[in-house]
Ligand binder design. Sequence first.
Ligand SMILES: Cc1cc2nc3c(=O)[nH]c(=O)nc-3n(C[C@H](O)[C@H](O)[C@H](O)COP(=O)(O)OP(=O)(O)OC[C@H]3O[C@@H](n4cnc5c(N)ncnc54)[C@H](O)[C@@H]3O)c2cc1C
Length: 425
Amino acid sequence: MKKIVILGAGFGGLRAAIKISKKLRSLQLLKDYEVVLIDRNDHHTYTPLLYEVATTSKSLANIAELHEVAAYKIKPLIKNLSLTFLQKEVTAADLIRGEVILGGKEKILADYLVIALGAEVNYFDIPGLASSALALKTFTDAIRIRDSVWNLGMAGEENIKILVVGGGATGVELASELKVWCGELEKEFRKCELEVAIIEAGRTILPGFDTRVIKLVEKRLKRVGVKIFAHESLTRVEKKKAYLTSGRIEPFDILIWAGGIKAAEALSKLPLKNEARGRVVVRGKMECLPQTPDLKFRSKVYGLGDTICFYDPRTEKPIPSVARAAISQANVVSENIIEDIKMENGLTKTADHKVYKSMEYPYITPVGGKYAVAKIGPLVVAGFWGWILKGLVELNYLFSIMPRWTALRLWLKGLKIFTQNDRLG
Ligand SMILES: Cc1cc2nc3c(=O)[nH]c(=O)nc-3n(C[C@H](O)[C@H](O)[C@H](O)COP(=O)(O)OP(=O)(O)OC[C@H]3O[C@@H](n4cnc5c(N)ncnc54)[C@H](O)[C@@H]3O)c2cc1C
């Protein structure tokens, strides 16, 4: 059997695996092709909910409940599909032989390879940062943040100072929700003040966002009580103190780094064209290019999502790392692989490959409690209705990866848990 190997079961990888498997079934080719999906985790994380997981009191939900509503086990998601899932760490790949190395020793031969390994936290070698800061990239990261705050509260700390470095969407949603969570913590620990500040290198928070969105978010952050230090970068971290470019020294109890991402480590040694942050440069058909033209890969290698860099031909800038882009790219990759397979099996004479066209993706930034700012095309929706939209986007996504009743049940369960810490919203 030929193997279509998909590395990473995130937004892009899972979508590609589901689509390719369904299409192979309709072409009655499942006896000749096996779709193999590989991820280090046994779950698929819905990252837009991580800031909620990080700010849920232990008394409201335990880890298992939070896992159920924000990080879905992969096996049940694919149980009705012809799809093999391997929970393994991808450690390397030999593209010339077409082999992917799992856990440092086991090999799997790929006839088609899709790289969808997402991104990792980039600490930019800032002295003391990686060892002192928490991040918000995975479900476990989110649990670490909530445990850190909770444990300080349990220890009787009355004033907890939290610095969030990086005023992009992740930093903003986490900082504002941490502040709103304060009300719930006061209930638990009688007096527990969270002092939350965002440090952002740009002139404003949310660099690159629409100015209307920035203004609304700034106003809301002020209202919930999050401080903003703009035009400030972190130079080093030492003994619970953050040193900033202006000479300012900010003490902290908890430091959260939301200042940047880079391509997944497993890609770093692959002979593929890449850019400064290590992301693989991919063009129109989402095929990865060899570093030099003389390199001949055994199989076609496609790439998608946060792991790649796709330059938008209109702006000549890389398109943003968002879930919607990873999903659209997964659709293109799936169709192109299916075209290749149809050719291979004489079902078509020419492969009608699709070209990925970037677009301005809608984005919703929650800013504490039942408040979010959504930007859909030229339209900006802020407040409660922005928050409602965010919920509907989530439900719609769940519908696309699991049975409707399961999706609805999990969505309602999440809603019930996550709206209980919104007292100051
Ligand atoms: C806190 C947070 C909030 C976000 N909110 C939004 C939002 O509201 N809207 C939005 O559009 N985007 C949001 N994003 C961005 C969005 O999550 C990413 O753009 C999206 O996940 C990219 O999809 P992907 O398939 O490329 O990678 P991912 O979804 O990150 O998936 C990569 C997968 O690869 C696996 N993996 C990585 N390395 C290995 C390895 N060596 N071996 C095995 N498996 C490996 C990982 O476990 C993961 O499952 C958010 C991101 C974060 C961190």
